[in-house]
Design a protein around this ligand. Structure first.
Ligand SMILES: [Zn+2]
Length: 652
């Protein structure tokens, strides 16, 4: 529930009641006849500046928001073989999981995540049988549309079967003996999964095109913040994953082309000499080179090939592995800074002829601002999925509209930084990946569509979404987990984007903010930051205490309502002043625009310290001039709940 008391303790009850009875703002914007500024009262125990209750800093996570000298993180490597039988969309696989216990704890068991079991007709999600989540204008269907779960037929170590306990999308595996700190264990698994055509908005199939993810038993994250992270997969909230290395062999019908997380290591076996020559050219070309042309893709569709082919991929320091395959892919490739930029799409998706350029600009844009893209390729695949991200590989629909295509394409690539590189916990804190990502997407759109309407408008979108979504009394704190959010579109995407945008432009300034965000990104690359680490990292790098900011934006659903209360316009003896109040429970810096009787104008930008003493502030202007008008938030950048009390004399 939103707090409503913070800004109101100084208001007598009778006035509080009156405010409710008369038109909004009618008590404010009065011109006073007494030049003495009003006495103001202070915060009591509810000061918005009081420190947040954060986990204590320690040698793992320091007070400066950096990984400490004792920071540890588990490492999980996978060697896998899998085959896809396209006749029944059946995936069968085996894996050797190498689990490195780098924690200081003894581990008697570990947890596997079987996200595919969201599709199990007997699972929690099926029992709850919830309708799709409305997601802005879009419908987010987390169901499996008649899919089935994953059958794990083997879990063993050194030839000995391990005892397992099935818990829906999770499986507890008893180790032969407790795994000591510093020890490593190899676990063998085998499984099969009839892949659904529609996989809870994260993967799926369209005819012969497959986008495959969450397809193998994955070890859950064990960390110092919550031990085993075993929150079930219910559809909302994505995938918190350990980093590790992957060697994967995928056996598919011989006519298929496969792309995946990781580098293709047996290109001589699966590509033609001509394709390899074209890839070689692409590796020194900023312009897209067609590795498979439109004509070749169309011809391949008409020419069934018997047998199978095995594609081998290898990836280092990634938190997941996904792949896509189709017999009729077009394949474009280019290079930016040694990174192979690849786009795979079907001949019908003509808008995708521009997608390689879009990808190139996106990877460059984010690399130059956050941290260098760390993997050998960045690949996006057109297909049925509404948009989904995996390391080095993203899925994006075949939109005809350039703006829609760029927005989703750059969004999914933005996820390569949050959370593929900065591995925060998506199951609990989607604002740290979806939100940061939506924020950085704004700059990417501004660059790609510079000078055009879309590029000019995009930074205004979060505030427009606020007007539509942030309904007072219904808005939930963005700190709540995604499974408890009624409006994930707002709480996980656009509210955090608005938060980051205002932190950048109005609170810290672009230069300070950009450096702080890049330093946070660098410090937590390939690691697992929590919210407190982000708060501390930003505060330290920016040189600002921001408890008030995180409280208002993340921990509560606070409302912002700055108002002009009373104004002394000034006379020859007494300089003018303006009494401003924070009537909501969110505070922000204030911008005031003044016009004077002599025709001159002035703008004042007041830092948030104006609210140090209480919810009232008297801004004192120099003498010798008489005020004619005053206006709060003249650029209309803030989500101010009541604009009728923002101007003096009153009026819209
Ligand atoms: Zn996203």
């Amino acid at each position: 529930m939103p707090r409503i008391s913070a800004a109101l303790p100084s208001v007598p009850l009778v006035l509080f009641v009156l405010i409710g009875l008369v038109p909004a703002g009618a008590e404010a914007q009065q011109t006073v006849s007494d030049p003495t500024p009003p006495a103001t009262t202070g915060w009591m125990e509810d000061s918005p500046f009081r420190p947040l209750e954060l986990p204590a800093a320690n040698r793992l996570r320091t007070g400066s928001g950096a990984p400490g000298p004792d920071y540890w993180q588990q490492k999980v490597d996978y060697r896998m073989t899998a085959s896809v039988d396209t006749a029944g969309s059946l995936l069968t696989g085996t894996s050797t999981i190498t689990y490195h216990n780098r924690s200081p704890e003894l581990l008697p068991y570990l947890w596997l995540k079987l996200d595919a079991n969201l599709c199990d007709p007997a699972g929690t999600a099926a029992k709850l049988n919830q309708p799709p989540l409305m997601f802005g204008d879009a419908v987010f269907d987390f169901s499996c549309a008649g899919g089935a779960g994953m059958t794990v037929s083997r879990v063993e170590s050194r030839g000995r079967a391990l005892r397992t306990t099935d818990a829906g999308t999770r499986m507890r595996v008893e180790l032969p003996e407790p795994l000591r700190p510093g020890q490593t264990i190899e676990i063998e698994t085998a499984w099969s999964w009839p892949m659904p055509d529609y996989g809870y908005g994260r993967m799926g199939r369209d005819g012969t095109l497959y986008q495959v993810a969450q397809w193998y038993p994955r070890v859950a994250v064990f960390d110092d913040l919550s031990g085993w992270n075993i929150d079930p997969f219910l559809g909302a909230g994505e995938f918190y994953q350990e980093f590790g290395d992957f060697d994967v062999e995928l056996t598919v019908p011989a006519g298929y082309v496969v792309t995946a997380t990781g580098s293709l290591v047996n290109d001589r076996e699966v590509l033609t000499a001509e394709q390899r020559e074209r890839l070689g050219r692409a590796d020194s070309s900023e312009e897209a080179v067609a590795v498979i042309t439109r004509e070749e893709a169309l011809a391949a569709r008409e020419r069934p090939v018997d047998g199978t082919k095995t594609w081998k991929f290898s990836a280092k320091d990634v938190r997941d592995f996904a792949f896509a395959m189709a017999p009729d892919f077009r394949w474009d490739a280019s290079d930016w800074n040694g990174i192979r930029i690849q786009t795979f799409y079907r001949p019908e998706a003509v808008s995708w002829e521009e997608a390689n350029r879009m990808s190139w600009v996106s990877i460059k844009h984010f690399s130059e601002r956050l941290a260098m893209y760390p993997w050998p390729h960045a690949t996006t695949v057109e297909g049925p999925n509404e948009g989904m991200e995996y390391p080095m590989l993203t899925f994006v629909p075949g939109y005809a509209d350039r703006e829609a295509l760029y927005w989703v394409l750059t969004h999914e690539f933005g996820h390569e930084w949050y959370p593929m590189l900065v591995g925060s916990n998506e199951r609990l804190h989607p604002w740290m990946d979806e939100g940061f990502n939506t924020f950085i997407n704004i700059g990417s759109v501004e660059e790609y569509f510079a000078g055009g309407d879309y590029g000019e408008w995009i930074s205004k979108q979060p505030l427009e979404e606020w007007a539509a979504h942030a309904v007072s009394g219904k808005e939930q704190p963005m700190a709540l987990p995604p499974t408890q959010q009624h409006d994930l579109y707002w709480a996980a995407y656009f509210k955090p984007a608005l938060m980051m945008h205002l932190l950048r432009t109005e609170v810290l300034g672009p230069e300070v903010f950009d450096r702080a965000l890049a330093e946070y990104t660098e410090a937590w690359s390939f690691k697992h930051p929590g919210p407190a680490d982000f708060f501390r990292a930003m505060e330290d790098a920016a040189g600002a205490r921001l408890d008030w900011f995180w409280r208002g934006w993340i921990e509560t659903a606070a409302r912002l309502d700055h108002s002009i209360e009373t104004v002394w316009p000034g006379d020859p003896e007494n300089p003018p002043w303006v009494h401003i109040r924070s009537r909501g429970d969110m505070i922000m810096p204030v911008e005031l625009h003044f016009e004077f009787v002599d025709g001159s104008r002035e703008t004042a930008r007041l830092p948030v310290e104006m609210w140090n003493l209480g919810p009232d502030f008297v801004y004192r202007l120099p003498g010798g001039k008489q005020l004619e008008t005053a206006r709060l938030d003249p650029r209309e950048v803030y989500p101010d709940d009541d604009r009728t009390n923002d101007a003096w004399p009153s009026g819209p």
